[in-house]
Design a protein around this ligand. Structure first.
Ligand SMILES: [Fe+2]
Length: 200
């Protein structure tokens, strides 16, 4: 992916803190903006993982878990229609809708090498790690006759070390994302398998 530097590090307005939308409204935006079903599924998968991680691992309350979920649901919303302005368009849309600045910052920092925005809090760091790994795990499941059924962490790890498999997934991004968090890749991959396998 080419770089799309956003050229700023502050997003949204602090007075909109806690201002969130229902996941159904985010899904409606996806249905309007993202004709590609596979890309929609990717965002739903990342959203499910983000929400589950917030609740199970960060002890998040309902509002916080919703922030994690919305960031996952919307992080690539503009990718298909505006590939040359990826991230900028959805960010501006969410700013127009007065959405919580943490959600917008999370989306803006989901690819620091591309958008030039550093992940700051745990939500930012986790979406960066989950984004690439979720797509990779899905690719590893799709080539199996039984898909997610019986998919093992060790086979995903082996494929990660095979540069030709899902070559579009940046191993450098994964390494960089993992260096920013404490959770080992084995644990993250298992968490991803468990929480995205039934998303449709
Ligand atoms: Fe993504």
């Amino acid at each position: 992916m080419a770089t799309h530097l956003l050229g700023r590090s502050s997003f949204g307005n602090p007075k909109n803190t806690g201002n969130l939308i229902h996941p159904d409204d985010a899904l409606q935006l996806l249905n309007e903006w993202v004709p590609n079903e596979r890309l929609r599924l990717h965002m739903k998968q990342v959203a499910a993982i983000m929400k589950a991680w917030a609740i199970e691992r960060e002890d998040a309350d309902e509002t916080t878990a919703l922030k994690w979920e919305l960031a996952g649901l919307l992080h690539d919303a503009d990718w298909e229609k505006y590939p040359d302005d990826h991230c900028r368009i959805i960010i501006e849309e969410l700013e127009r809708r007065n959405i919580d600045p943490e959600v917008i910052h999370c989306i803006a920092s989901h690819g620091p090498g591309y958008f030039g925005v550093e992940p700051q809090n745990k939500m930012d760091k986790m979406i960066y790690a989950f984004d690439e790994l979720s797509g990779f795990v899905h690719a590893a499941a799709l080539i199996r006759p039984t898909r997610y059924e019986g998919l093992e962490v060790k086979s995903v790890l082996k494929r990660l070390k095979t540069p030709s498999f899902a070559a579009q997934v940046s191993r450098d991004d994964i390494t960089d994302a993992l260096s920013r968090i404490d959770t080992p890749p084995e644990e993250l991959i298992q968490f991803i398998i468990d929480h995205q396998k039934d998303v449709s």
